[in-house]
Structures are given as C-alpha cells and as structure tokens.
Design a protein around this ligand. Structure first.
Ligand code: NAD
Length: 708
C-alpha cells in the first residue's frame, strides 16, 4: 500500500500505492500501512527526512467512500478519522522534515497529507488537481484540512477552498499558497530530496507548533474574521436554506477550532465530521452524487453483449436552439457533425452558435484560436440529406410537430446507411408513436437532451416499444462519448424528467388558483431548496411551452383527456393575458428592461389571495411531494429505475441533492409518513395525490426504496 525506500543520503521515500483500489484512497488498510511506514522512518536513526509521494499517476484522491458509507454511528466515524489525524500529527511533530511531492492529483485526504508535511512541492502539470472538495459530497476534510489550511493561509483565504471545494491546478495552487513550489515533473523527486537535505532541518517544526505563533489574518475573535463570519454565515443560510449541513459544519470547525490549539481543533473537526457522516443529507448526497451517478456514467445497465459503438460522424436535423447545442457538444467531443436545416442559411446560423460559444472561451483564454478553428471545422452545415450517408447516428431536433418529424424521419432514413441509429430529441411525444413512420423501428430511439445542451449534463435515453437493446446500448455509448450522464427511460408522454418536474410548476399554478399568495408559493419553493421559485422557473422555461404540451396532450388523448387544475391557468396566461414567459418580458413576473423582476400585479386581480392562507410548511410540502409522487408513479409503472429517477431529478431539474432525489426524498421522509401525508392531501386536493399501489404496499411492509 505504501512503498518504502531509503537512499544513501538518509532520505526515505514513502510512495502511496493502494494497488487493490482503482486509485490511491484513504481507508483502514492504507491508513494503517502509512502509519507503519511513518513510524519506521521516525524510529530509524539513519533517516534524516522523508519524501511522501505516490507510485501511481495520482497522488491520493481522498477517502475511500465505501468506508465513509459504512459509518452508521459517531463512534464508527471517530474510529476512522482519529487514526489518520493521529499519524499526520505524528509526522508533523516528529522533528524530521517531511515533504509532500505531489506527482499527481491531491484531493481531500490526499491534500491533507500534504498539509501536514513541512513543505509541499507539486509537479508542473495542468491536469493535476489540488483541493478539498469534500463539501460537494456533504462532507468536510476530517484529516486536519479545516484546521491546517486556515493556520497556513488565513481564514479568509481558506474559506472558498473549504466551503466551495474549489480545486486548482499546481500553478494556481502556488499563487493561492496551497503549495510552496512547482517544478517540472521530471525534477520533482530530486527537488524534494534536495529540500530535505538542505532546508529540511531548519523547517521541521510547523509555525503553529512553534512559540509565538500568530494566526495569519487573525483568529475568529479578531475584528476582521468576526465580520467575515457574520457575513458568510448569513449568506450561507440564504443559499442552503439549512438543508445542507456540511458548509455549516465547516464554518463551525473554523470558528471553534481556530480559537483553540491545533490538537483541540482536530478534535472539533472529527466530531463535526461524525455529525455529517451519520446525517441523512450527507448519506443522500454520497449515494446519488457519487455512487448512482458513477454507475450511470459507467453505463452500468448497458446491455453487455453488444459491442461498444465507436462514433466518427453524426448528423443533427434542425439547427434551432437544441440542434445548434447538439452540434456543438458533438464537435467538442471530436466528432464530425452534419448540421442540417431546411435552408442552408438556417444551418449556418446553427453553426454560428458554436462559433459564439468557442469565441467566448478564446476571449477568456481558456481555448486557443487553433483549437477553436479545429472544432468549428468539424461542423458542416447543409440542407442536403445526401450528407447523412456515412453518419453513425442521426439526431432529429426539428419542430415539436408530428407531421414535420414524420417527414424528416422518412427523408433521413432514405439517406442513412443501414447500420446507423436514428434518434429523436422530442420532449413530449412518445417514441413509439414517432417510430410508426420508421422503416427500421428497432434502430429508432429517443435521446432527450435538456436546454441549454452545452450546460445540462443529463440525457434521457428512451426506449420505444420496438427499440432494440443494441440500439439502446449504442445510444448509451454516444451519450458517454459526449461526456453526458444518461438515464434509461421507458416510453410514455413526456418520459420521466419532464413528467415529474412539471408537477412543481403545476402545483404552484394550482395553489395560485386556490388563492394561495404567490409570494408564499415562491418563498416556500426557495425554502424547499429548489434552484428557483416555481413561478419564476415557469417563466424561464416559458409558460407557452407548458401550454403547448397541454394542447398536445388534449389533441392526443381526445375525449379521454382529464382536465387538471393548472390547465385553466395555462390557458388564461397564454390565451387571455398573453403572458407567455420571460422571453416575452411578461409572465407570472414583469421584467422591466432596467430593473429587477417583480410579480405581475395582475395576478392579484385574476387570482385573488384568499383570506385564509396555508402554513408555509404545507406549501413547501405540496410543491415537493407532488414531484416525488409523480416520480414514484414513474417507478411503479416501470418507466424508470429508482437509481435513474434520482440521478435524473438532480441533473435534470435541480431537485435538492440533500434530499437524495425525487425518490430518495420518500425514503428520507419515511414511506409510511409520506403516504399518510399524501392521503391527507388527497382528501383535501383530490386525486393528484393518489398514491400508487406499489408505494402503499412498500409503506405498509416497512420497506424502503434503498437499503439503509
Ligand atoms: P427550434 O424551433 O429552436 O428549432 C427547430 C429547428 O428545426 C429550426 O431551425 C427549424 O428551421 C428546423 N426545422 C423545422 N423543420 C425542419 C425540417 N423539415 N427539416 C429540417 N429542419 C427543420 O426548436 P428547439 O427548441 O431546438 O426544439 C427542437 C426539438 O427539441 C423539439 O422536438 C423540442 O420539443 C425538443 N426539445 C426542446 C427543448 C427545449 O428546451 N427547447 C428541450 C428538449 C427537447
């Protein structure tokens, strides 16, 4: 786990080499091995100093999350954090100089090892990442990171690294004071050894272990930091709404831990970590953001017997908002792209979108002009279907209109090679119905992207009734190739993400109609942890878009369509009030050109506020339960798996990660309590809250969606 070597000058090298894991991670075995190696260097009088490095491409990427996930009690948590904290304190106070030679990425516990060393030297390689990203998974650096970093660079400078998990490349890390030196990779070890021999002896005591240590920038009680804590804690609560315990725990570590000596600070840190590791929010985040998303990205459910498809050239039909984005992300992945529209000029306009995005990157210095030109040269705008002949995949993104899509499908299939896949990016129309015009429905699949394509990480891969498993596998290969996260969804109107998400704006509109104060609705949505208030979000995606989906459902279902409470609001907003959303400058809000948006005054006239207002908690619950309930229906109907439902809810519409996802939230609340609440809401508000049988049975049987 840790290679041990001592050279003729008495410099020991400890190289991390956790061979039984995909990368160097901290777990019981590797921490034990490191502790033994450290003890050996200290005990050996021949050893003058120690270089800590790695035998693998990365340095150490952090804690083994399998271990963190196994923690059920505070005692178990302490049993994990105390040993690593102890060994780092031991080497720090050994009297021998330790230098971290960061040959590769050092994150979390990896960077904390470096923090305990007396010097940090990194290889000059921009691919290396350095930082403490624990907060992004609901954790905190528990191997001294919350204590040593502020003692080294000051509380103010340490905050963004701890609270936002910012990661830096070596040169930026040098500027920020996270490392002391950056040297060419080939010289790294020699430089580290030379430091041990020449400068090491004079620097083998940390400032905070020396007499007269002055906390850089002052301790939390100093006027500057005190002000800082006031501001930061207020801002933080505004952002997290109290749903995310990790940033709060990190602030507590800083505030409490930086007023005492390091040893006591480390104890405070370990206790705060134990609180997090056993909290529902953190466990939810680790499960969905790390494990479930990891499985989705690795295509864990991909049919195994289908050979991986390599893509060289794809075509995008329709160079509108979605088509232009699709062409862009495909070219960014190095694929040649045919971008087709009715007129050549429209196709060119779609390509111009890519030009705009790439120019902006060049302007910011993130991309060279040469790389931009290379990417742009991959996109070939055209209006000629003959260009589809040698494409591996064709993605249709024309108007959301059955007739237009049917015509485009026919033309494309006539021009495509027999082995190519045809995908539609429809957002609402069932794939099976669109595939009716296809002459090769087994190779017809849904690839539902989200807007803006270049920013949104999720893609729903939708299986029509006749879509073959080979086609699903190849569609997944494509999503992986363009570095997006796929979930696999069975066919139904609006599929999974839009169907479950829509309950959020629908419930808001329903409450508006009932006379609930729109300010209450918006604030409750914010408090629930949704990225935007419900009515504001409806304006953003456009009221018109939801109204079009409604019209489509009415047309498709005819007499069978059952009106919903929000329908009237959508009809009125679009038909009567002509307030179609943000893009028109008027929706549920007014958007003055020169000021901040405000709720439309007309709302009060058309949806008078009732004298009796519900409790904010009731409003919050309705907004969130409506989404989870629809997700539960999708799971019960076999539309989506539990895992994909949660990944989709986080990536597709920003459902709060602390709740685990639309399905994980039901486990977090507890299925029996969730079902009881839905039953109560159903008696008051109708069948929208009807619980699917499978969920009711689960609640009655005391089971959960996820094993604890
Ligand atoms: P858009 O109106 O911006 O673009 C459609 C493009 O298709 C236009 O450039 C148009 O000229 C072109 N087009 C129309 N008929 C054509 C034909 N016969 N042949 C070739 N090109 C033709 O629409 P959009 O927002 O990009 O949506 C495209 C598709 O993606 C729709 O099915 C939509 O439902 C779906 N979608 C949209 C979003 C979104 O947020 N806008 C999200 C997911 C999926």
């Amino acid at each position: 786990m840790v290679d041990y070597q001592v050279d003729g000058d008495g410099v020991a090298t400890l190289a991390w080499n956790v061979a039984d894991r995909p990368m160097n991670v901290l777990n019981e075995a590797s921490i034990g091995a490191f502790a033994q190696a450290v003890a050996r260097t200290i005990a050996d009088p021949a050893v003058k100093g120690v270089v800590v490095t790695s035998a693998r491409p990365e340095f150490v990427v952090g804690a083994d999350l399998d271990l963190v996930r196994s923690v059920k009690t505070a005692e178990q948590s302490m049993a994990i954090t105390a040993p690593i904290s102890r060994v780092l304190r031991t080497l720090e106070r050994s009297g021998k100089p330790f230098v971290a030679a960061l040959n590769g990425t050092a994150l979390g516990g990896g960077y904390e090892i470096a923090l305990a060393c007396h010097r940090r030297i990194a290889a000059d390689d921009a691919r290396i990442q350095i930082g403490l990203p624990e907060v992004t998974l609901g954790l905190l650096p528990a191997a001294g990171g919350t204590q040593r970093l502020p003692r080294m660079i000051g509380i103010r400078a340490a905050l963004p690294f701890l609270l936002e998990g910012r990661k830096l490349a070596p040169r930026q890390a040098l500027e920020a004071g996270l490392v002391d030196e950056v040297v060419p990779a080939a010289e790294l070890l020699a430089r580290a050894r030379a430091w041990v021999l020449a400068d090491g002896p004079a620097h083998a005591v940390k400032p905070w272990d020396a007499k007269g240590f002055r906390f850089p920038g002052g301790t939390p009680q100093a006027p500057g930091p005190t002000q800082l804590f006031f501001g930061v804690s207020g801002g933080l609560l505004g952002k997290t709404q109290g749903l995310y315990p990790a940033p709060e725990a990190i602030l507590a570590c800083l505030y409490d831990g930086c007023q005492v000596d390091l040893d006591n600070g480390l104890k405070i840190e370990q206790r705060q970590f134990a609180r997090l590791a056993t909290s529902a929010a953190t466990r939810n985040m680790i499960r969905t953001l790390f494990y479930s998303m990891g499985e989705a990205n690795r295509l864990a459910d991909r049919p195994k017997d289908v050979p991986v498809r390599k893509f060289a050239k794809v075509a995008v039909l329709g160079a509108g908002m979605m088509g232009a984005g699709l062409a862009h992300v495909s070219a960014q992945a190095g694929l040649r792209v045919v971008l087709l529209d009715v007129q050549q000029a429209a196709a060119e306009k779609g390509k111009a979108y890519s030009q705009k995005l790439l120019d902006a990157q060049v302007a910011k210095g993130r991309l060279s002009a040469g790389k931009r030109d290379q990417a742009l040269a991959l996109i070939a705008p055209t209006s000629d279907y003959a260009a589809l002949a040698d494409c591996d995949l064709v993605i249709e993104a024309v108007f959301e209109d059955r007739k237009v899509k049917a015509e485009v499908t026919r033309q494309a299939e006539a021009a495509m090679s027999p082995g190519a896949v045809f995908a539609t990016n429809t957002s609402t129309l069932p794939i099976t119905s669109l595939a009716e015009v296809s002459v090769r429905p087994a190779q017809f699949v849904g690839l539902h992207f989200f807007s803006p394509v270049e920013k949104m990480p999720l893609v729903e891969v939708i299986r029509g009734q006749q879509t073959s498993e080979a086609t699903i596998a190849q569609a997944l290969d494509f999503v992986k190739r363009i570095r997006k996260t796929p979930i696999v969804v069975n066919d139904c109107p609006s599929f999974y993400a839009n169907r479950a998400f829509a309950m959020f704006p629908y419930e808001a509109m329903t409450m508006l109609r009932e006379g609930v104060n729109p300010i209450l609705i918006e604030n409750a949505a914010r408090m629930a942890g949704m990225p935007m208030p419900a009515l504001a979000l409806t304006d953003e995606i456009s009221v018109e878009l939801l109204h079009k989906a409604l019209q489509q459902a009415r047309a498709d279902q005819g007499a069978a369509y059952r009106a919903q409470p929000q329908d009237q609001v959508l009809d009125d907003m679009v038909g009567k009030f002509e307030r179609i959303g943000r893009k028109a400058g008027k929706g549920f809000y007014d958007y003055p050109a020169d000021g901040r948006k405000t709720l439309w005054r007309g709302l009060a006239e058309h949806y008078p506020v009732a004298a009796q207002q519900p409790d904010v908690e009731e409003v919050r619950k309705r907004l969130m339960y409506a989404q989870s309930l629809e997700a539960a229906r999708c799971v019960a109907e076999g539309i989506v798996s539990v895992r994909d439902a949660d990944v989709g809810s986080l990536l597709g519409w920003g459902f709060p990660a602390a709740l685990g996802g639309a399905i994980g939230y039901i486990d977090t609340v507890g299925a029996p309590a969730f079902v009881a609440e839905c039953d109560r809401l159903a008696t008051r508000h109708g069948e929208r809250y009807a619980v699917p049988d499978a969920l009711r049975a689960m609640a009655a049987g005391g089971s959960r969606y996820y094993a604890v």
